[in-house]
Design a protein around this ligand. Structure first.
Ligand SMILES: Nc1ncnc2c1ncn2[C@@H]1O[C@H](COP(=O)(O)OP(=O)(O)O)[C@@H](O)[C@H]1O
Ligand SMILES: [Mg+2]
Length: 203
C-alpha cells in the first residue's frame, strides 16, 4: 500500500500537535482511509492515548522499517525539535498568543526555505481575547485553518478518546469540530493532487 505522509510539527510545546495528529487520524477513518500515527516521543501524548486502548488506529513510536499497512501516516513530532521534517506536507498548529507565535513564524520560515508545503492550523484562540482573535483572523486570511478553543478537546482528553469517538456524539459543537478536521484532511489530499500525484496513491 502506498501512503501519504503528514508531519505535525512545531518546535513549541503545547500548540496542539498531538491533538491534531490523533483527531486527524480519526477523521481519516471516517472517510475510509487507514491511518497510522507515529509518536516521535515514546512518552508522548499520542502514545498515552494509545495505551488508553480506545483509539481506532495504531500508534507506534518508531518509523517502521517496512512499508506500513496504512495509506495515511501521521508523525506527531515532539517539542524542541527544530529539524525540518522530511516529506512535503507539514501541518503546523499554533496557538495565537503572542509568546507562542514567534517560534511558529521562525520554524515556518525555515520550512518554506526548504520548499515545504505548510498548512497552518490555529488552535485554541480565545474568543474573549481580541489580540488572539486578530492573529487568528490574519492567519486564516492567509489560508490557515482554525480549530477554535473548545471544551470538546478537554472532554475527549480526559477520556483518552478522539472527538470522533461515539461517546462524543452529543458533545457541544462536536459536529463543527469534526467538520474542521475533515476539511483539513481534504486540504492535505488536494495539495497532493496539485503535486500531480493523484488520488491513486491512497487507493
Ligand atoms: N482548539 C483547542 N481547544 C481547546 N484545547 C486545545 C485546542 N487545541 C489544543 N488544545 C489543548 O492544548 C493542550 C496541548 O495540546 P497538545 O496537542 O498536547 O500540544 P503539543 O503536542 O503541541 O505539545 C492539550 O491539553 C490540548 O487538548
Ligand atoms: Mg505532543
Amino acid at each position: 500500500m502506498s501512503f501519504k505522509l503528514v508531519n505535525v510539527w512545531n518546535p513549541k510545546g503545547g500548540q496542539g500537535k498531538s491533538m491534531i495528529a490523533i483527531n486527524l487520524a480519526a477523521a481519516a477513518i471516517e472517510i475510509k482511509l487507514k491511518p497510522l500515527v507515529i509518536c516521535q516521543d515514546p512518552q508522548g501524548t499520542s502514545t498515552l492515548y494509545h495505551q488508553g486502548g480506545k483509539l481506532p488506529f495504531e500508534v507506534v513510536s518508531k518509523i517502521p522499517n517496512e512499508k506500513p499497512d496504512a495509506n495515511l501516516v501521521i508523525i506527531d513530532y515532539q517539542a524542541s525539535d527544530w529539524k525540518v521534517p522530511k516529506g512535503k506536507v507539514l501541518l503546523m498548529p499554533v496557538k495565537p498568543a503572542r509568546s507562542q507565535y514567534k517560534t511558529y513564524a521562525d520554524a515556518k520560515k525555515r520550512a518554506e526555505a526548504q520548499g515545504k508545503q505548510v498548512i497552518t492550523i490555529v488552535t485554541d484562540a480565545n474568543h474573549q481575547r481580541a489580540d488572539e482573535m486578530a492573529t487568528a483572523k490574519k492567519l486564516v486570511e492567509k489560508g490557515a485553518f482554525h480549530v477554535p478553543a473548545s471544551g470538546v478537546f478537554s472532554r475527549a482528553d480526559s477520556d483518552l478518546v478522539t472527538i470522533f469517538d461515539p461517546s462524543m456524539d452529543r458533545a457541544y459543537k462536536v459536529k463543527e469540530r469534526r467538520k474542521e478536521f475533515l476539511q483539513i484532511l481534504g486540504a492535505i489530499f488536494t495539495g497532493m493532487l496539485k503535486e500531480g500525484e493523484g488520488l491513486k496513491n491512497v487507493a
